[in-house]
Design a protein around this ligand. Structure first.
Ligand code: ADP
Length: 289
């Protein structure tokens, strides 16, 4: 079965162990699709260019980035530009024939552009326009399967291809965890989300309270309740991945030897399709990217 790996963009994440592990898996004839974030690097480049990143909060309290036109340009420079190329370069050095793609290539990740977002500012609800974001609706799994069967290892980054209301496309930002989730769903893969913590902790500050697995809706409620801040998005992404057909989702640390192999062996927090039993038809919560 294919493994989709998402490597986080946090400063505390070192991709070295994960890349060596991708190489061992590929060497053993396993199919791997690597996806990555990079929000921190985007913020750093924005700062170097003298621009502050804008973060907004939805009425339901989810915090996300507001991507205006200039921020989108920086996104294109940093994500499919520097970060993706760096990962492809490292994998090539590990003997892996990696191919870098953004969601716009071959319509790999496509969805509707959302240019107006509902936000809460100082307790007041507002509509903010000019956002370059979108929600992924379709994945060109055929493109990934073509590459995989040719012996290539796809390395995927945002942006994604956003359809405009009046026709045409614009490259838009989408959450990297949700992009990984969409790909894992489309491929029926195991999704391994590597980050700077070793899983989802019942008490976010205490690693010893890690939740090892969730296989029922009740167990998933405990995971949802435990997740705070950015981890909330990972839990939502996990749910989307499973709804889309992923075999399992594991949130685990990137900062280990063989982090992917360990995660597939159960190290970390594993969320299984059984968590969907009760609310598979529920409306997804509205978010900004
Ligand atoms: P990445 O950049 O790797 O995608 P994020 O910063 O988006 O990672 O999310 C990981 C962070 O989520 C952790 O560093 C931690 O601060 C936070 N977090 C919130 N709730 C929890 C929890 N219950 N268990 C573990 N980490 C949590």
């Amino acid at each position: 079965m294919t493994t989709v790996v998402k490597i986080g963009g946090a400063r505390a994440v070192d991709p070295e162990g994960a890349l060596a592990d991708v190489a061992s898996l590929v060497e053993a004839d396993e199919e791997v699709v690597l996806t990555h974030g990079g929000s921190t690097a985007v913020d750093e480049t924005l700062a170097e260019l003298g621009k502050e990143p804008t973060y907004v909060e939805t009425p339901s309290g989810v915090v996300g980035r507001f991507t205006d036109e200039r921020t989108m340009d920086v996104f294109k420079m940093v994500m499919p530009g520097k970060l993706n190329t760096d990962l492809v370069e490292s994998l090539q050095n590990e003997g892996v024939d990696a191919v870098g793609l953004s969601g716009t290539d071959g319509k790999l990740l496509e969805g509707k552009r959302k240019s107006a977002v509902r936000v809460k500012e100082n307790g007041k609800k507002k509509i903010k326009r000019g956002d370059h974001s979108g929600t992924i609706e379709s994945v060109n799994d055929d493109l990934l399967e073509t590459l995989l069967s040719g012996g290539y290892t796809p390395v995927v980054s945002v942006p994604v291809l956003g359809r405009e209301k009046g026709g045409g496309y614009t490259a838009v930002n989408a959450d990297a965890d949700r992009a990984a989730a969409a790909i894992a769903g489309a491929l029926g893969a195991n999704l391994v989300v590597l980050t700077d913590v070793s899983g989802i902790y019942e008490n976010p500050d205490d690693e010893s309270t890690r939740i090892d697995s969730a296989a029922t809706p009740e167990e998933f409620d405990a995971v949802t309740d435990a997740a705070e801040g950015f981890m909330t998005k990972k839990v939502m992404a996990a749910e989307e991945a499973l709804e889309g057909g992923a075999a399992s989702v594991t949130v685990a640390t990137a900062n280990a030897d063989e982090p992917i192999t360990s995660a597939l062996a159960g190290e970390g927090t594993t969320i299984e399709p059984g968590v969907l039993a009760d609310d598979a038809d529920a409306e997804p919560e509205e978010t900004v990217q």
